[in-house]
Ligand binder design. Structure first.
Ligand code: HEC
Ligand code: HEC
Length: 215
């Protein structure tokens, strides 16, 4: 039914000039038909465009492009609206996502968020380093002396997220570190995460994101 999606219909007119050649991984029509099975045709075309950066099923290989697979649907929905209305304004959000989200309707956003929530997240990788162990402690206990709350208290025991709180498990650690820096500097404005990131040192950010890479 969705073998012949109307390509890019949800993104009509959006410039793909931002697609640096290397980022654009062509997908065969057959692979795409499988990927988009069950998605309404107008949304399948949009998802095909998203895949060029975020990877088939949202399982990207490059840490420039966050993984969307298994992400909480409310969170994805909120972020796409924040790109569309420009309230998420960190540099990569502006460069890559403002244009992408500009013409998506609320209904398309909801369907895209459902699609990615249903994709299997990428499993974590083993890391027996002292750094990852230090990160586990921050994740589970916070840093009471610096008023850093346990990340787990909001993001969940397995970093699976909940509603508008994102899944962190299965995400690229360098992407997570960039977001923590953006919250700390308020380049990405979010009061809750500003409080939880502003007192973290670069070493602590490296540790907690290394731990998350194991999840
Ligand atoms: C040209 C590459 C590119 C394309 C195409 C693209 N994105 Fe993105 N997207 C990015 C980058 C880079 C980021 C990270 C932005 C940042 O660092 O703030 C991002 C971030 C996101 C996020 C936030 C993820 C998170 O964990 O907070 C969502 C959701 C998202 N994109 C959805 C989409 C959807 C849906 C499409 C297709 C309609 C799409 N993207 C197309 C590059 C792209
Ligand atoms: C009080 C609840 C709360 C606590 C505690 C918390 N977070 Fe968050 N976190 C959130 C919310 C809510 C968001 C979504 C913000 C938004 O919508 O922009 C978020 C977003 C994030 C993101 C962005 C993910 C993405 O895909 O872009 C990262 C990374 C993150 N948190 C890491 C952490 C870490 C690490 C800790 C512990 C040091 C932590 N958080 C503690 C609530 C919390």
């Amino acid at each position: 039914m969705t073998d012949q999606p109307r390509r890019r219909s949800g993104l009509h007119g959006v410039s793909l000039a931002v697609l640096g050649g290397a980022a654009f991984a062509a997908m065969t029509p057959a692979a795409f038909a499988v990927e988009a099975a069950g998605v309404p045709p107008d949304v399948a075309g949009a998802i095909h465009v998203c895949s060029s950066c975020h990877g088939p099923r949202g399982q990207s290989n490059s840490s420039t492009f966050p993984r969307l697979a298994g992400q909480q649907k409310d969170y994805t929905d909120t972020q796409l609206k924040a790109f569309r209305d420009h309230t998420r304004a960190d540099p990569h959000a502006k460069t890559y996502m403002w244009g992408m989200a500009a013409r998506l309707t609320d209904a398309q956003i909801a369907a895209i968020a459902d699609y990615y929530a249903a994709q299997p997240p990428v499993p974590g990788e083993r890391d027996a380093s002292a750094q990852a162990a230090a990160g586990a402690q921050i994740f589970m206990q916070g840093i009471p002396a610096k008023d850093v709350l346990p990340c787990m208290s909001c993001h969940g025991e397995k970093a699976e997220g909940n509603g508008p709180i994102p899944r962190l498990a299965g995400q690229h650690p360098p992407y997570l570190a960039r977001q923590l820096e953006a919250f700390a500097s308020m380049a990405r404005a979010n009061e809750i995460m500003h409080q939880n990131s502003m007192n973290l040192t670069p070493d602590e950010i490296a540790a907690v994101t290394a731990y998350l890479g194991t999840q």
